[in-house]
Design a binder for this molecule. Sequence first.
Ligand SMILES: Cc1cc2nc3c(=O)[nH]c(=O)nc-3n(C[C@H](O)[C@H](O)[C@H](O)COP(=O)(O)O)c2cc1C
Length: 308
Amino acid sequence: MKEVLIIYYSQSGQLLDIVQNLATSIEGANVSITYYRISPKNDYEFPWKQDDFYDAFPESFLQIPCELKPPKADILEKKYDLIILGYQVWYLTPSIPINSFLKSDVAKKLLDQTPVVTVIACRNMWLMAQEKMKRLLVSCNASLVGNIALVDRHINHISVITIVHWMLGGKKTKYLGIFPKPGVSDEDIKASEKFGTPIRKALLSNDYSSLQDDLLKLDAVKVKPLLIQTDIRGNVLFTKWANLIIKKGPTGNPKRKKLLVLFKYYLLFAIWAIAPIVFIVFLATYIPRYNKIKRDKAYYSSVRLKNN
Ligand SMILES: Cc1cc2nc3c(=O)[nH]c(=O)nc-3n(C[C@H](O)[C@H](O)[C@H](O)COP(=O)(O)O)c2cc1C
């Protein structure tokens, strides 16, 4: 009997729907599936209050862990053949609950020498978060064997508007009745069942060497070259902001609050004014950078970790 552990965190339930659909084509003869939802001691409220949404930025980006509730004892009793880790991105970084889990002793025990398939469900900016995830998995002595990244397929600026409506309003509905629904589409959530088939095959044969290639054939990951640049640039700018804000002290500190207001306006400016400039530069340099873009696409679609 092969034992699979599905570890996830989800506020809206979107990620749970995805991993459950995926599991339908993994489970069956000779495979047993266990679920483990990561629970922060003080869970993040959903829908978000606007202030809390921005206040999560420094700890999220700087990967400062929060306290988690321990899992039920029976989860720790088994040794798993495969772990599926469902996570969302907060501020270009694995969300605080997920990051906290991966820095915990529980993760070190569960993930040690275990193959891991990551399943991301976010707006669309997950590339550098997955690089951080790769490093967190190395620190747990786990081996990343597959990655599936599901995103909002609408254009960047539309998805920014609709995700705010979802995160602050709590409902995955059409904003003003005219915008598209936010997040991963219902069709993509349903279709995520298809990814379970190659995962089951790899699990039963204990051979994960071609799993990511098989997943790529099913469009598990689509790397948009423009978003590589945007994500890298965003990380440089976020590093400056996060270090500045964290120095002001913990949540509730009035100086921190003031700086977070500035950060909020900066973020809007970056999305609406800087991102289009990055886009123009990207287009202007596309041809001379073509080979590098091709190499980058292949790298970010893979489960490899560059050693720099
Ligand atoms: C505080 C916060 C920051 C987020 N930052 C990003 C981000 O940087 N990139 C991205 O693609 N999605 C981002 N998202 C969207 C999430 O990745 C995710 O799609 C959404 O929160 C739904 O996840 P759920 O399964 O927890 O409900 C953010 C969401 C929140 C709440």
